[in-house]
Design a protein around this ligand. Structure first.
Ligand SMILES: [Fe+2]
Length: 530
């Protein structure tokens, strides 16, 4: 196994070899190759995990799949590289094929395939598929972005987050796949690292939390087997970033949630495995493969002059959460919060973000972000209580960001946020404690696809002392649809009904949407109910 885990080609650097070597040693369980692999013939169904596309630019898009005839047992592929033919067409019948080629699914990539296709027309729909021998994937659909500098009349996208598999079904994805969207942005918690449990709507496979590359691959495979998630990926390109559960709850840089349970060395190995499995399963361009230990996720893309998206990574470079355990803690206004050395983004990413905002000529400037930016005081009394896993743990850095918004040279800043399994509309202010302070931006936090919100009542009890929060719903799962034009930004919270089943958020695939809650920002103005 050790030799086969080495990539060929010139990208083999000493650092990468070391990283891969350490990752390979994390493969505590080596799945046994199935009998059919010995005679060299592959089974007919290799595309069990579906297809995906991602990170569209005006002339190119990333196409993804992973060969996995035995998805929950390491994938079940033989220990050799396999050629995968791909094609992309301007029509669904593949009569107008624009590009085709052959990629190689390699064992060291978990037999995932990341194909960067260039030479495409801007702002155009395409259909794509993969083939290995007689095994053909389903057809996926994708759309390129408008050309740089183009005036764009309208952009429609959705954002999603937090899809804990055991707690509920992905009915939200079923509904989202019917929408008319240019793009989907996933804000993290694509998988959860939790051990199997006997309660809930369905069960994680495996013996415990994933700790190795093999464990994370099986966990991603289980999520990717979901038919509604597959339909959503096949319908639209995704642009993804991660939050904490892709590795470990509330991890921060090289610090796990519970350092008493994981040594620094164990967590370093675990993080390496989680990082690698994330890349293998996401429609990310190959430059995001990283060096095996880290993955440079933050990036920027535009839809003509209409909107520029800054995709953030609030986990990989942050300093540890302040004030002890980061869950909602009353009386947690500790002096440590204000230490200017605390960082959510890390200095390089923060500089990249602030410089990019200053230089942007886009009408709408979007931050695709993990945790809630707006201050939220959870203590309804005169005392204060914060969740220091969110930007409330990093108020000095947040102030620098909001100061940039306030300068007026950033047109229409809008933050879209995941993580907190609930729907929010927040006015952003330089000073949240001053009711007369001007509004410098808007934050929309989207509810989860399926993860539970056990803190909804805690939030509701303190809404009165947080007047900058204009809307909150913690009981409904769903997704968020946004329509952006030069004149307005409209956000539609697409919500499923609350679930009455204990420990289950979405009891079946067939749950219909209950309602849509809409808010609008006229360009240059502040957010209001639609
Ligand atoms: Fe989550």
């Amino acid at each position: 196994m050790a030799d086969s885990s080495l990539p060929d080609g010139p990208e083999v650097t000493r650092r990468r070899l070391l990283a891969i070597g350490a990752g390979a040693s994390a493969l505590a369980i080596t799945p046994r190759a199935p009998a059919w692999a010995k005679n060299g013939r592959l089974p007919d169904d290799l595309f069990t995990l579906g297809v995906a596309s991602g990170d569209p630019l005006s002339a190119s898009v990333l196409l993804w799949t992973r060969l996995a005839p035995d998805p929950l047992n390491g994938g079940g592929m033989p220990d050799r590289q396999v050629p995968v033919h791909w094609e992309i067409s301007a029509d669904e019948a593949f009569k107008k094929v624009a590009r085709r080629g052959t990629a190689h699914a390699r064992p060291e990539d978990g037999h995932s395939v990341h194909v960067e296709v260039g030479g495409l027309r801007s702002h155009a729909w395409y259909w794509y598929r993969f083939r290995v021998g007689k095994s053909m994937s389903r057809v996926g659909r994708t759309r390129t972005a408008p050309a740089h500098g183009d005036a764009v009349d309208c952009l429609r996208f959705a954002f999603v987050s937090c899809q804990n598999y055991p707690t509920g079904f992905y009915a939200a994805y079923h509904h989202m796949a019917q929408e008319d969207l240019d793009l989907v942005i996933h804000l993290g918690d694509y998988i959860y690292e939790g051990a199997p449990s006997t309660s809930g709507a369905r069960r994680h496979e495996g013996d415990g939390e994933p700790l190795t590359l093999a464990g994370y691959r099986n966990r991603y495979a289980q999520y990717k087997l979901d038919p509604d998630l597959q339909d959503a990926h096949a319908a639209f390109p995704f642009s993804v970033t991660w939050d904490d559960h892709e590795i470990d709850n509330n991890w921060a840089a090289d610090i796990p949630q519970d350092p008493a349970r994981q040594s620094p060395e164990d967590f370093r190995r675990r993080r390496m495995a989680g990082v690698r499995a994330y890349y293998e399963h996401m429609p990310l361009r190959r430059r995001f493969a990283g060096d095996g230990a880290s993955l440079p996720l933050h990036r920027r893309f535009s839809y003509g002059t209409l909107a520029t998206f800054n995709v953030l990574d609030g986990r990989q470079y942050r300093s540890d959460q302040t004030c002890g355990d980061p869950f909602i803690k009353l009386n947690s206004d500790c002096p440590e919060r204000y230490d200017p050395a605390n960082t959510m983004l890390g200095s390089e990413q923060e500089r990249w973000l602030l410089d990019g905002l200053a230089e942007s000529a886009a009408r709408w400037n979007v931050l695709a972000n993990q945790t809630i930016v707006a201050q939220y005081d959870y203590d309804p009394s005169a005392a204060r209580g914060f969740n220091t896993d969110q930007w409330d743990g990093y108020p000095v850095e947040r102030r620098r960001l909001l100061d940039r918004f306030a300068r007026g040279d950033v047109s229409n800043p809008v933050v879209i946020t995941g993580d907190w399994h609930s729907s929010w509309v927040n006015e952003l202010k330089q000073d949240f404690d001053d009711p007369s302070a001007p509004i410098v931006g808007t934050e929309f936090a989207g509810t989860s696809i399926s993860s539970a919100c056990g803190w909804a009542r805690r939030v509701e009890s303190a809404l009165g002392v947080n007047p900058h929060v204009r809307y909150f719903d913690g009981d409904r799962r769903g997704y968020v649809r946004c329509e952006v034009t030069p004149e307005h930004w409209r956000t539609d919270f697409r919500l499923l009904p609350p679930s009455s089943a204990p420990g289950v958020t979405v009891p079946s695939r067939d749950v219909p949407l209950e309602k849509t809650v809409s808010w609008v920002i006229p360009s240059g103005e502040s957010v209001q109910p639609a």
